[in-house]
Design a protein. Structure first.
Lengths: 151, 151
DNA sequence: AATCTAAATGCAATTAAGTCGCATTAATAT
DNA sequence: ATATTAATGCGACTTAATTGCATTTAGATT
């Protein structure tokens, strides 16, 4: 009864308890921020958003991001500007992103035909016999932002 | 006769003259370095290699890279480590890279089936109707490096 | 060939993203 | 309630990249 109650409105505590990490204000806020964001967020985005709720230091944010990343709680993503961005790790595993250049909203994709085409292509390479990974990110304008760009 | 002679061993001057840029030692060396590199090179890689031939400053290298990039002489590439890398621009246009994580050697690819799969996939997106671009980079171990990684 | 001038360079200072050491604080096990 | 150890805050530092400014130089002009 009590356990059920706790679970329902404190879902963001799970990853911390699960990995025996101390439940601090900064970490709770960071998780909250990532869980509710429709965008991929940079360390600085996260720093700003966390600090609207609790006082936290950049070094703490960076260290927390590293900790969470190495535990698989969050994923790092490189887009095309060299800035690392973060998202809550997907249970689905391998996937890619479509990012709106207007508002930053992200749609997650994992498309079997594309993966198959990539696999076929990798067999045609001249200098490579082993492909270990790939990055694939798409950029576009989301339906909400299309009107703004029509102007 | 004279023109032919000049062309044969000074191909790297063409882009400079073509764009009415001054032909300096640093720029010649930078072009030479990029033209002969089987790898994508970071600004710092280029700085080091250029300075084996002529004395040049980092600021000069960065400015030259910007100039060349905006004129389409070279292309910028983001891999997965946040460092900008450069290559001589391909006349072929749109293409992707396969990068050896051992030695950095790059194979250039442009695969119609993959592009078609990406195109099909983009039509299935929920939040997007317009896709403007995509990045796709593959990582693997090249045939020369496979033996080293077997150890 | 000597001179002129805009373009390019070298140098130093600056910014931005991220990291690290260390003393202090605070979460949680006892 | 206390002890222990993880986590934090702060400041200094690193690395990639940018910028202002005085000097130099490529190449056009005479």
């Amino acid at each position: 009864m009590i356990a059920v109650h706790m679970e329902t409105h404190q879902l963001h505590l799970h990853p911390l308890k699960k990995h025996k990490l101390k439940v601090t204000k900064s970490r709770k806020a960071l998780l909250q921020v990532l869980e509710t964001s429709p965008q991929l967020l940079s360390a600085d985005d996260i720093f700003e958003k966390v600090n609207k709720h609790v006082a936290s230091d950049r070094a703490t944010i960076y260290r927390t991001l590293h900790t969470f990343e190495s535990l698989g709680i969050i994923d790092q993503v490189q887009l095309n500007d060299g800035l690392l961005r973060y998202e809550i790790a997907h249970e689905h595993g391998h996937h890619h992103h479509v990012v709106c250049t207007g508002c930053g909203v992200v749609e997650h994709i994992s498309d079997a035909p594309t993966e198959k085409a990539l696999h076929n292509m990798s067999k045609k390479l001249k200098q490579f016999s082993v492909i270990t990974e790939h990055t694939l990110e798409l950029f576009g304008i989301c339906k909400k932002c299309v009107p703004k760009h029509k102007v």
